[in-house]
Write a protein that binds this ligand. Structure first.
Ligand SMILES: NC(=O)C1=CN([C@@H]2O[C@H](COP(=O)(O)OP(=O)(O)OC[C@H]3O[C@@H](n4cnc5c(N)ncnc54)[C@H](OP(=O)(O)O)[C@@H]3O)[C@@H](O)[C@H]2O)C=CC1
Ligand SMILES: CC(=O)[C@@H](O)[C@H](O)COP(=O)(O)O
Ligand SMILES: [Mn+2]
Length: 382
């Protein structure tokens, strides 16, 4: 039985994780659940899984929740609540599925408390991948990928040493605007950008998939998770989202991981690692899928790929700046304050104005993150 703490239980990854726990009641025990705002869903999850502890961002909601669950269940709030859950003595693994960077400190706290972490929140690896991976090595814990592409690469690598790898190939769906001419980008609406062709996900990652910043973030995520240089992390567009990613080995062989798109599979793989546990949830009928196709990413229409490559290659505080500016830009876009095209403009502008700190401390990364958010928020279209 694995004792699992789930941070972000009410989101898209969170609710898929609950399904995995429902599928495997003899293997997974959810001992801590943390939500942002959704008290109703958190309480529903509490009633079904009876965790030892809960956390919710708003202290008033935490007080309400405490009244509902009684004194035998601990209820926490805010960032402190996330830290409490991440370091629960009973936890074997902490799954971080909070959108954005609020999961960074809990991830580090979990590592320092000797817990394995499963990471869906790619933003924390983009922001501070070097620090997270160094801490994990120092404390002898695993950082397990939940992101579908990185789970695929992890499965394909199958513990082969780094020198066996020529390239990592991240597949990209291409998003809803894969075939949209550049002249039409200015008129892209929030509603259209939220229609992902193959995945149902939270709002922020869905917009990131539309700009291809999701792939950019994933390139940097892969660089840290698998300890390879940026120029060995490649992207190929694969609209069917059936091959989740591939590893090209030094002898020319390419190994791919294939399955119909369903996050329950990578979540289960991370939580049960190193075991493969039986599940009927994912069934893949290749004859029905028919064809798998591949294209070069169009970096002219989607400059996010090159911005992310530059951030990953320069390193230091630049990836944190890219990530923070992108979070501000996505928020501004969904609130209809900037256009779709301006998301990339805003990120580029913020990156261009940043004075990079190399090999930053966590404090310097957090400073760069704050600086970038302020800079991006002050941005006006020239
Ligand atoms: N969805 C997917 O298929 C995939 C997602 N990812 C990554 O996983 C992460 C989560 O994505 P997704 O599930 O789609 O996002 P959602 O927006 O669906 O869910 C976000 C979750 O984070 C919670 N949350 C937000 N802020 C806080 C906070 N300050 N403290 C505690 N909880 C908070 C939300 O709570 P509430 O709803 O209660 O407010 C919710 O549970 C992202 O980093 C994304 O890039 C990676 C691969 C695939
Ligand atoms: C499910 C998942 O991991 C997402 O990151 C998904 O892959 C997004 O797809 P694209 O960014 O390729 O559109
Ligand atoms: Mn992904």
């Amino acid at each position: 039985m694995k004792n699992v703490v789930l941070l972000g239980s009410t989101g898209s990854i969170g609710t898929s994780t609950i399904k995995v726990a429902d599928d495997l009641p003899d293997r997974i025990r959810l001992i801590g659940l943390a939500a942002g705002n959704n008290l109703e869903l958190l309480m529903e999850q509490y009633r079904r899984h009876q965790p030892m502890a809960l956390s919710i961002s708003d202290p008033e909601k935490a007080t309400l929740a405490q009244g509902m669950v009684g004194a035998t269940t601990a209820v926490y709030s805010g960032n402190e609540g996330l830290l409490k859950l991440a370091t629960m003595p009973e936890a074997d693994i902490v799954l971080i599925a909070i959108v954005g960077t609020a999961g960074l400190q809990p991830a580090l706290a979990a590592i320092r408390a000797g817990k394995d972490i499963a990471v869906a929140s790619k933003e924390i690896l983009v922001m501070a991948g070097e620090i997270v991976m160094n801490e994990a090595r120092k404390y002898g814990v695993r950082v397990l990928a939940v992101d579908s592409e990185h789970s695929a690469i992890f499965q394909c690598l199958d513990d082969k040493p780094g020198q066996s790898v020529r390239n990592l190939w991240l597949t990209a769906s291409g998003g809803p605007f894969r075939k949209t001419p550049k002249e039409e980008f200015e008129a892209i609406t929030v509603e259209r950008a939220l229609k992902h062709p193959s995945w149902v996900m939270g709002r922020k990652i869905t917009i990131d998939s539309a700009t291809l910043f999701n792939k950019g973030l994933e390139m940097i995520e892969a660089r840290w998770l698998f300890d390879v240089e940026m120029d060995r992390v490649k992207v190929v567009v694969h609209p069917q989202s059936v091959i989740h990613s591939m590893v090209e080995f030094v002898d020319g062989s390419i190994i791919a991981q294939i399955s119909t798109p369903d996050m329950c599979l990578p979540i289960q793989y991370a939580l049960m690692y190193p075991e493969r546990v039986k599940s009927e949830r994912v069934q893949t009928n290749l004859a029905q899928i028919g064809s798998l196709t591949f294209e070069e990413p169009d970096v002219e229409r989607f400059p996010s790929i090159n911005l992310a490559r530059r951030a990953g290659e320069v390193g230091g505080t630049l990836p944190a700046v890219l990530n923070a500016a992108n979070e501000v830009a996505v928020d501004a876009f969904v609130n209809r304050k900037i256009s779709f095209l301006q998301i990339t403009e805003l990120v580029r502008h913020t990156m261009d104005r940043h004075e990079v700190v190399t090999h930053p401390t966590l404090e310097q990364i957090l400073e760069a993150d704050t600086w970038a958010r302020e800079e991006a928020m002050a941005w006006k279209r020239p």
